[in-house]
Design a binder for this molecule. Structure first.
Ligand code: ZN
Length: 198
């Protein structure tokens, strides 16, 4: 498994606090739903697990928030703290007919496993692509976090919905919103029609 893909755990957990249907960590059933289908994250859950997951969510959000404010060093410091608190234990695994690949923390208390994997995944992403890839969606009332993995660092919102909402708002603001409202070219490309006199 690609270790960077564990970063998804961080995003899912932080965004569980920003769902239209309510807090994903409202109770133990909410936590069970969040963990459903995740390998090595099953088993009996107790109130202390829920409390630990809520605390982890706050810590992960703080990493994204620092990055979104342009404070990359602080974001990295916070992520390093998580890596120290939740040491990573890599293991080779070859389940379900797959080739040998790396797993991280296949055993232990669920919040610890989750934290070690999420922090490791984010750290790998940051090391590969940069700390500024950790973003908080700037759309009004959103607050979800995401990773901008585009080559041009051009993903400005968490989702197409948020991007569309922001463009709609800019258009309604009129010409004063110049720059943000322009989403398409208004003039045809005329370079092809240029006379070739010289
Ligand atoms: Zn958004």
């Amino acid at each position: 498994m690609d270790l960077a893909s564990y970063a998804d755990l961080a995003i899912v957990l932080v965004n569980s606090g920003h769902r239209p249907e309510g807090d994903g960590l409202r109770d133990l059933d909410g936590l069970r739903d969040l963990l459903a289908g995740r390998p090595h994250l099953g088993g009996t859950l107790r109130q202390r697990d829920l409390d630990a997951m809520r605390a982890l969510r706050d810590q992960l959000r703080a990493v994204f928030a620092a990055s979104a404010e342009g404070r990359g060093e602080l974001a990295a410091e916070r992520l390093n703290e998580l890596l120290i608190q939740h040491p990573v234990h890599p293991q080779l695994s070859a389940h379900d007919g797959q080739d040998w690949h790396l797993h991280v923390n296949d055993g232990g208390a669920i919040p610890d496993v989750y934290a070690a994997r999420a922090a490791m995944g984010l750290a790998v992403r940051v090391a590969e692509q940069g700390i500024d890839r950790l973003r908080v969606c700037p759309a009004d009332g959103c607050g979800r976090v995401y990773l901008d993995t585009t080559k041009e660092r051009s993903r400005l919102y968490c989702s197409p919905d948020c991007a569309a909402q922001a463009v709609g708002r800019a258009v309604r603001r009129g010409p004063r919103g110049e720059g943000t409202a322009r989403t398409e070219r208004t003039e045809p490309d005329s370079t092809a029609a240029r006379p070739t006199g010289q």
